[in-house]
Each structure stands twice: as C-alpha cells, then as structure tokens.
Design a protein around this ligand. Structure first.
Ligand code: NDP
Length: 527
C-alpha cells in the first residue's frame, strides 16, 4: 500500500495502527532504518525488540525494581541529579541525535527538549520526596476518633512507556523520569520513527549509575507496544487518540491502569482588545514551532471581527518571512521537516480539503522536498475557514495556521468548544480579568492567557486532556502519584477490649448509636 493510501485508510479508521498494518507495509520488522526527515538520508539501522521478547524484558525489570526502590529518595535522587548534569554536558550530542531522527531545528531540540529534560531530572529528584511523602489525614467522623490516619505512596513496579515521534526526549523519555523517581523500573517503547534518542538516554542513565535493567528500551513497532501493555503494572502512553483507545481497551483486559496524553485541536481566541503584535507573533510561533508537530500547538484561531483584518495582515507578514529547510545548525532555519512520512499526506489533505471548501491560502500551501531531499510542508496560513473543513476540526499536526473571523466572544467560545478534543487553549486580551473569564469557559485541560504552551514548562502544574485528549495528567503531584499505589493506613493504639458497635448486637446500644447518628447528622450540618 502506498503511503497516501495507507494514510487515507488510517484516517477512515480501516487501519487502526501499525499493529494491524498489512503484511508488506513494513518491509523488515526485525530492524528499524532510521532516516533523517530533513535530508532523506539514512542515519542508522537498529535491531528491534519483537513482542515475544517483552515478557522476559519485563521480568528482568521486575527483578531489578526492589533494589532501586530500596535506594530511597536520596539514593535515586543522586542518580537523577547526575543524569541532569550528563544532559547538560552532552547537550550537543543529544541535540544532534534528536535533529537527525526528527528533522527539527536545533532550537526546538536544544531550547525545548534538552532544557526540559535537564529541568525535569532536577525537579523530580527534588520534588518526589515531597509529593510522595506520607500524608496525615484527619477525619471528622467520631467513629474513628483516636485513630491515626495516613496515606502512603508505593511504586507500582514496572511502568511501560509508549512514546511518539514528535518529542523523543520530552514525550518518550521525559515520562520515565518521574516513574524512576518514584522507585519503579521502566520499559520504554519509543516510536519506530525516533528510537535513537531513547537509546542515547539509556546510555546516559547507565553512566550515571542506574542499576542494570531498571530502565530498558524496546525499539519496535506497534505490536511491541501492544505486548508491553499486557505485561506491565501501568502504561503511560502519548500519541494519537486512535491508538490511545486501543491501548485502554487492551489494558482493561488485565485491569492495568493507563495514563493517556492524546491528540489536540488547540484553539487560540483573540479578543478585540488584544495586543495584536504579541498575539500575531505568538500565533505564528506556537503554530509553526517544531513544524507544528506539538500536541499543544495552536491549531486554529478565532479572531473577533473588529481586529480580524489587522491580525491577519500581521500574521501573513510574519509567516512569509519564515525560513524552512535542512536544520544544519543553530539559527539555520525557523521551521524544519515533517518527521513522520504519513503526516505529510495528512497536512496536505487538510489544506487541500480547506481549499476545496472555499478557504483561501495566504501563505504556503504546498509540500516540498522529494526523494533524497527530505520532506517538508510550507508554513501555511489559511483564512475564510469554517467548521466544515478538516483543518478546523481534525488534528493537523503540521505547520498550518487557519484563522477564522468571529462576530463576538460568545461565538469564539462556542466554536472553541465545538471539538472532540480538549487538550490546551489560549485566550488573548489586555483586559486580563475578562480574558481569564473567557479562559475558564474553554473546555481544555490547560488554558493560557496572553501566552500559549508555557504551562508545560511549569512542572508543578498538572497537564492533561479533557474529552478525547486523554486521561490522567503529567506534572504536578498527580504526575508522579500516578506511578504509585496508594495505601491508606488506620492505626489504633489505645482502645477498649470491645468497641460499642461490635457483637453481640443489643437493642439499647443500637438505639443509642441511632440517636448519635441523629444528633450528628439530623440537622444536615456535619459531613
Ligand atoms: P500512534 O498513536 O499511532 O503511535 C504512538 C506510539 O504507539 C508509537 O510508539 C507506536 O508504535 C505505538 N503503537 C501503535 N499501535 C500500538 C498498539 N496497538 N499498541 C501499543 N502501542 C502502539 O501515533 P502516530 O505516530 O502514528 O501518529 C498519528 C497521529 O497521532 C498524528 O497524526 C498526530 O495527530 C497524533 N500524535 C499525537 C502526539 C501527541 O503528542 N499527543 C504525538 C504524535 C502523534 P509505532 O511507531 O511502531 O506505530
């Protein structure tokens, strides 16, 4: 099946994932040939881990985990802090690896991915003891008076992480950091498109003293990911909503908990009092950064009518100036390649569909590159768009910016919420109180006012999707507690030989206890 046919089939839902791709779609499932999307040149060929090898791998992780847990927060934190330094010391090597397998710019690799990992190692080393400390609990229920109540957090065991290709360090490996900090072992299946960064990070962790088998990388195709779901104690998945649903279904068979970070169609609302220069700069940056291949990128814009023309003119001027091509070094280009080959057809399909339905292409609108030249989609600005077009309703995941005029704020909110997704959003306006009240009405797990995406850098702030954008969160206390089993403890030190509610039941005691219930709750006061 040709790439275009494969993508169309996938979009129709006929071909749900590479797990059930027809024989021949992937020539050799024993190896992965990593190719540089910016040049079309081969980078490296590596052996895969097939699904049959997964049970033994997870068994090794399970055997190694108790020793890692026994090191305690301090011992584990030391390894993570060493890794933090390793990432900074080896930044160039990591950047080169990421750029070579994704075709993204050096800035997107260094300033976003390397900086995120360096921060995350220190953050989780420092915050894990606080987020996972035993919590004292007080109860208002007189029936447990005198008892000591607490909640403790214990690692789950082996975490399976299945990652995508758009951020091989942030999204795939990044999730391993809190999982390890919590005392788990991890088996990570990176995307078949970008396995090299994860392999490099495994080298980092070994050099920094992580015990053997506590982190293992399983480069492979969809079926390897599926096998991992069957074996581990919890699955952290980032990728498409379609594959996320398959993983949740499969995990349900063994009642394995899952955390899913899925697709988005993130709206940007520009109110009539917005700082248009800043909003236009942000619209262009947050839609095109990383080639638009970011789950929390600006995917569609709604602009209030009075400022629509001025905003569009500014965006058009800025988008025209973007330089795209092979990212040969820092500052070489602004927008890199399309990392995943079938994505080019999705992006082209959305732009062509918009054109056919009456949209106007102000900037870009074409695929570029070819055999041996890499693959690109031009930074593209679309206007005269509406919700009959896929570019406004489906995740495009490319360097496109469709802008729609709305009559007022109510229409902007209604259209922003007219989506099966709810990952992130942004609202722009100088009256911050008004912009914030709009933000609170947008159905999304994270909303920025006069900013976008930056919430992701605040690791204290939980981040997770509403609707079909996901389940569970990364970051914040919940972002590490999800890798643990919660245990509630009730400890009784001083107590009579027999409590009043125990056997034998007596009429007088039952009446007295009933009276107590009436006294406590009869007036609807106590909870
Ligand atoms: P997928 O969701 O298909 O793949 C993500 C990961 O899951 C990959 O490692 C993949 O392996 C693996 N996988 C595939 N099938 C299964 C399965 N049945 N069980 C377990 N693991 C499986 O994403 P794609 O890379 O195909 O991208 C498709 C779309 O997803 C994009 O067009 C974009 O819209 C969205 N996307 C969203 C991302 C986000 O950050 N939320 C990131 C990337 C993509 P393999 O690579 O071998 O197929």
């Amino acid at each position: 099946m040709a790439t275009t046919e494969r993508t169309e089939a996938a979009l129709r839902g006929d071909m749900a994932s590479s797990e059930d791709a027809p024989a021949g779609a992937v020539p050799d499932r024993g190896t992965i040939r990593v190719e540089n999307p910016a040049t079309g040149q081969p980078v490296r060929t590596i052996d895969t881990i097939g699904p049959d090898a997964i049970p033994a791998m997870v068994a090794r992780a399970r055997a190694a985990q108790p020793g890692w847990e026994a090191l305690g927060f301090q011992g584990r934190g030391r390894v993570l802090k060493r890794a933090q330094k390793w990432v900074v010391d080896h930044a160039s090597r990591i950047v080169e690896t990421i750029v070579s397998e994704t075709g993204k710019t050096h800035e997107d690799a260094h300033v976003i991915e390397v900086a995120y990992a360096a921060n995350a190692f220190g953050f989780w080393a420092g915050h894990a003891p606080k987020y996972l400390a035993d919590e004292k609990v007080r109860s208002s229920n007189v029936f447990v008076a005198g008892r000591r109540l607490s909640v403790s957090y214990r690692p789950l065991g082996v975490i399976g992480i299945i990652g995508p290709w758009n951020y091989p360090l942030v999204n795939s490996f990044g999730d391993a950091i809190p999982a390890l900090a919590a005392g788990n072992a991890v088996v990570l299946k990176p995307s078949e498109v970008t396995p090299l960064t994860s392999l490099l990070m495994a080298e980092c962790m070994r050099e920094c003293g992580l015990p053997e088998d506590v982190l293992q990388i399983a480069p492979g195709y969809g079926e390897t990911g599926a096998a991992l779901v069957d074996e581990v104690d919890m699955v952290m998945f980032t990728g498409s909503t379609r594959t996320g649903k398959k993983i949740a279904e499969r995990a349900a068979r063994t009642l394995t908990p899952v955390s899913l970070e899925l697709g988005g169609k993130d709206p940007m609302i520009v109110l009539s009092d917005a700082d248009l220069e800043r909003a236009a700069n942000a619209a262009v940056y947050y839609s095109m950064q990383n080639g638009g291949q970011t789950c929390i990128s600006v995917e569609r814009v709604y602009v209030e009518a009075p400022v629509y023309d001025e905003f569009v003119a500014k965006v058009q001027e800025k988008a025209r100036k973007l330089r795209q091509g092979n990212p040969t070094g820092p500052g070489a280009v602004d927008v890199g390649a399309v990392t995943f080959a079938p994505q080019l057809d999705i992006v082209s399909g959305h732009v062509d569909d918009a054109r056919e339905h009456g949209a106007k292409v102000l900037v870009g609108g074409h695929a570029r590159g070819g055999e041996g030249q890499g693959r690109y989609y031009e930074p593209t600005v679309l206007v005269d768009v509406d919700h009959t077009m896929r570019a406004m309703t489906e995740e495009t995941f490319g360097p496109t910016l469709p802008i729609m005029r709305v009559t007022d704020t109510e229409e902007a909110i209604r259209l922003a919420n007219d989506s099966p997704f709810g990952l992130a959003a942004s609202v722009w306006g100088k009256d911050v109180a008004r912009a914030e009240s709009v933000a609170r009405r947008v159905e999304a797990g994270a909303v920025c006012v006069n900013d976008a995406q930056l919430n992701y850098l605040a690791l204290e702030l939980p981040m997770g999707g509403w609707k079909t954008s996901g389940m569970g969160v990364r970051h914040g206390a919940q972002g590490i507690r999800k890798y643990t089993r919660q245990q509630s403890l009730l400890v009784t030190r001083f107590a009579p030989k027999r409590d009043v509610h125990m056997f034998p039941y007596r009429k007088t005691t039952t009446r007295a206890l009933g009276g107590l219930v009436r006294l406590l709750y009869g007036r609807g006061r106590r909870t």
